[in-house]
Write a protein that binds this ligand. Sequence first.
Ligand SMILES: C[S@@+](CC[C@H](N)C(=O)[O-])C[C@H]1O[C@@H](n2cnc3c(N)ncnc32)[C@H](O)[C@@H]1O
Length: 251
Amino acid sequence: MFTRSAAFYDAIYSFKDYVTESERVHHLIETHIDGPSARLLDVGCGTGAHSVHLQQHYHITGIDLDENILAEARKRLPNATLLQADMLNFELGQQFDAIICLFGVIAYAQTVEGMAQVATHLYRHLRPGGVALVEPFIYLSDYRVGHVGVDQVEADGAKIVRMSHIATDDPLPLTAATTISLDFHYLIGRAEGITHEQEIHRMVMATREDYQQALSSVGFNVSYDEQGLMGRGLFICKRNGTARQPSVDLA
Ligand SMILES: C[S@@+](CC[C@H](N)C(=O)[O-])C[C@H]1O[C@@H](n2cnc3c(N)ncnc32)[C@H](O)[C@@H]1O
């Protein structure tokens, strides 16, 4: 994952407008939630780039698998509860009013079955009447064979060039959900010289219907926002039921 690039994650993704995205997240939660919205769970919180803006409205709990990226989140979210946990199998012992799982995090489940497993845990951690926002990774239909991406940024006195390549072992054209390898190479230039780092991210590339099915199969009432936060769409997942209190301890 982002273990080797955590320190410059925010620089690499500085093209994203996290302020506007977070305002939209808050608006969508307020629009769709039944009852109060005080506690928010950020699943795959990364460096906390959304939660740092959302903390003015909610008490934030964040989970991420990667300790290095959590260390970055801890610097900017001193009042949040940040835990290392695997979204495929976590138990926090409480329910939340709202959950966010943004910027393709759920696709790190690697398979459609894995996404349904994540959805089970999101559902269990959401109180009745609560809302979860799940942003997909790029869809199968948008897969570009052999796509190579290049980004160049500066952070902490270093010049960083990142190249990415998406590969799959399945025959092309892809007709069904597949696990892809997203191969990142970083060249990091400092006064002392240039170093190289590599990360391979394993993710599922799926259809919109796969996401819809995975999320609704666990009981969510799912609607779809075509534009979403950054033009990739967004699944708005309601847990039906009546709100009783802002958060409920699990039995
Ligand atoms: C593309 S980043 C998104 C981070 C953040 N949500 C954002 O919008 O900037 C994906 C994040 O998912 C985390 N992640 C990947 N697999 C995970 C898992 N199984 N459980 C929890 N977090 C995971 C990664 O460590 C990384 O921080």
